[in-house]
Ligand binder design. Sequence first.
Ligand SMILES: [Zn+2]
Length: 238
Amino acid sequence: MTQYLTEDAIQIRIDGNNLGKMSAMEIDLRRQLVRFGRSMHRLGYAPATAGNLSVRMDAHRILATPTGCSKGLLKISDMVIVDTEGNKLSGFRNVTSEIGMHLAVYRFRPDVHAIVHAHPPVATAFAACRKPLDEPICSEIIMTTGVVPLAAYATTGTDEVGASLEPFLPTSDAILLANHGLLTYGCTLLDAFMKTESVEHFAKVCLLARQLGGAVPLTKEDLEKLERARMRYKQNAS
Ligand SMILES: [Zn+2]
């Protein structure tokens, strides 16, 4: 990679492709998409070309992974910039076919700056069986992501997906997609990615607990105490 310093941006050239000028912020976001794409692939959350990630660059632009690419092999030059309607603004490739799902989340949740969509096998098995991960059996998941609802089945790549998410967007940061996979989002890509990890771990615990005869759910009083602890935790973490 060759970098040429200019007044307010950096000229980027990779493998003979001139990517034009980029801010340090954009370069960092592209690198993060590569890094978390690789992590998703390595953990088995995104086999073959499955899964996609995006991050909000500003009020009008979204940087997203391209369609038809392994998340383990992405390069920073593969990323695509679209506007909030999904129109391509720049990029050598075409944007993920599931960009509409990302845009629906960004529209409803101005606080969200990054989105991860993956097919982690255990969480996806719950989605395939149309079972939400809503049993209050682990204090950790309640403290972080919260229980995970199940959105109604919708055809991938259509506006149906965004509509299926709407009931859960105001209150959930992680949603199972029926017969499809998992969607998580947060203030950064790291935040969204860690929610994917947490939900997949929770799904494994739920599966094992069912095999052991069923977990003992937390009581209403336990949950109220946890909610107070969660608020303290959030304040300290911020
Ligand atoms: Zn998908």
